[in-house]
Ligand binder design. Sequence first.
Ligand code: ADP
Length: 158
Amino acid sequence: MKIAVCPGSFDPATNGHIDIIERSAKLFDEVIVAVLNNPQKQPLFSVEERVEILKKACNSMKNVEIDSFSGLLTEYAKGKKANVIVKGLRAVSDFEYELQMALMNKKLNPEIETVFIMTSSKYSYLSSNIVKEVAKFGGCIRGLVPEIIEDEIYKRFR
Ligand code: ADP
């Protein structure tokens, strides 16, 4: 059984994330979307809210589970019996960081393989941060994030 963990901050989830999750769900038997609980960052949405948003947005994907974690990803993945870490790659700028993370995770647990899925061209410029920047100044974020959170994102900046 191929179980993949798809980790990230998801603050907030974007359609770029949903696209990667959807495509992962077709490749693996089970996909666990794992929201990173990072106390050092001041998030727009709490971990619990991010989990709820992802649950709603991925409702139709039957082999996708939403969870949260803190600490080492490899330890979390091992606990979940996952043999794959799946990440999205947008641009060359993602590569350097992701290579470092993938190599370190390989050293920590050689049993777990990191797999990359290329972004869809229509989402290649999309990040949680750029969505927040645009929403903060009232710009249009339609089609960039799941519809269920569009209004809430604007509200958080009011
Ligand atoms: P962000 O970089 O937007 O803050 P996260 O840290 O939550 O997002 O990222 C979780 C994973 O999703 C990472 O592997 C990241 O590369 C990937 N990802 C984020 N946005 C996109 C996108 N638009 N297309 C492909 N992958 C993406």
